[in-house]
Design a protein around this ligand. Structure first.
Ligand code: PMP
Length: 404
């Protein structure tokens, strides 16, 4: 059992009032709040060891380099990568996906195929469209059913020896649906395709095991898992990272530079040009420690309780439709109320201190599928409570009365 009040005390922002009401923060899918240990670690870095890494012989530079590499090791252990050099620091999921899609420009030929799903965030659609435009490859899309689940038989049919890469999210940001990624990875590998998993919405809720999954790439953001903004990780299998060309050129990523020819640094530095977000990377390690201390099993169990409670309570509201009706779901409820624009509900409940996301959630194809402008999305974290969910339901009912 989690001691929620003790956990909440770790997050200073949660004791704020917003618009004169206690803050109820249900926009965790967009970004999570940060515990005091994370805030302290950021301050400690700048107060005590700020220096550039991998360059200086001086003490601070070595301290900063050590701390950065310790953080890389923590991520390696957390996701169970085989090697620390398979863990690349990025600025976020978007950066990681673009790194891979750019690299595939040197691999794809006209007529090759890239498979994405209908459940993707724009950041796992647009880079692949750009790649297809550049290379003459063809984008294929796995469709969804009315429950917001991928239609797996249709995925099976899309695969062929033309398929070069398959990319899906682990958990949908717009609906919370958990995708059958192990099945997708194995099937894609059977036709010789690589697989990238967008883990942006998974890492706040579970601990991905990249070796067990056997994915070729796994991208995620630090800011959704209690870490700082502008941090992220791209895991890539060593053989793939060796095969792909560098993403950006610059300092840090070279072995030797002459005007005739430049040779590239070994992994992971080949993909880490320029001065990175040093503090961010180190503090992402602190965030991972914090989450592991709480324990992902307990987080999973508690968030499921929140999801169940929210689903039951929201279903009391007349005219509600919840999107993503599937058993395999993270603690996200995406819904609409008959005849009312989601933006209007979001604005009214904001006045009552409740922060939810409204709109298309950077997933317009899903909204088009359901023929809606957007949804109201409440995404829960382990620091939320059932009482907060009750407050949201009351607020939504109030908004419904005002708007009907
Ligand atoms: N993919 C998914 C599923 C997401 O939810 C998000 C963030 N909303 C992203 C990718 C992009 O993450 P970032 O903006 O941190 O790069």
């Amino acid at each position: 059992m989690l001691d929620i009040q003790k956990i909440r005390a770790d997050f200073p922002i949660l004791s704020q009032t917003v618009n004169g009401k206690p803050l109820v923060y249900f926009d965790n899918g967009a970004t999570s709040q940060k515990p005091q240990v994370v805030i302290d670690a950021e301050v400690k870095y700048y107060k005590e060891i700020n220096a550039n890494i991998h360059r200086g012989v001086h003490t601070l530079s070595q301290l900063a380099t050590d701390a950065y590499e310790v953080a890389r090791g923590k991520v390696k252990d957390h996701i169970n990568a085989k090697h620390a050099h398979e863990v690349l620091f990025t600025s976020g999921t978007t950066h990681g996906i673009n790194l891979v899609s750019n690299g595939f420009a040197s691999i794809l030929k006209p007529g090759d195929e890239v498979v994405v799903s209908s459940l993707e965030h724009h950041s796992n659609i647009v880079p692949w469209q750009m790649l297809c435009e550049k290379t003459g490859a063809i984008l294929k899309v796995i469709p969804i059913n009315d429950n917001g689940e991928l239609i797996i038989e249709e995925f099976d049919k899309l695969l062929s020896d033309k398929t070069k890469i398959v990319t899906v999210n682990h958990i949908s940001n717009a609906l919370g649906v958990i995708n059958p990624i192990k099945y997708i990875i194995d099937k894609a590998h059977a036709v010789g395709a690589a697989v990238l998993i967008d883990g942006a919405q998974a890492v706040p809720h579970l601990k991905p095991n990249v070796q067990e999954l056997d994915c070729d790439f796994y991208a995620f953001s630090g800011h959704k898992m209690c870490g700082p903004t502008g941090t992220g990780i791209l895991y890539g299998k060593e053989e793939w990272l060796n095969k792909l060309p560098p993403y950006q050129g610059g300092g840090e990523m070279i072995k030797e530079v002459t005007f005739e020819k430049t040779t590239y640094a070994d992994l992971p530095h080949k993909f880490e040009a320029g001065t990175p977000n040093i503090a961010g990377g180190i503090v992402l390690g602190t965030a991972i420690d914090y989450l592991n201390e709480i324990g992902f099993d307990k987080i999973h169990e508690y968030e499921n309780e929140l999801l169940e409670h929210a689903t039951k309570r929201l279903n009391e509201i007349e005219g509600i439709r919840i999107y993503g009706n599937t058993k395999n779901k993270a603690s996200v409820v995406s819904f609409n109320i008959d005849g009312i624009h989601p933006y209007d509900v979001g604005s009214i409940i904001d006045k009552l201190g409740i922060a939810v996301r409204t709109g298309h959630h950077c997933a317009q194809p899903i909204m088009n599928f359901f023929c809606i402008p957007g949804t109201i999305r409440a995404s829960f974290s382990f620091y939320n409570t059932k009482e907060e969910i009750d407050a949201m339901v009351d607020a939504v009912k109030k908004a419904q009365t005002m708007l009907s």
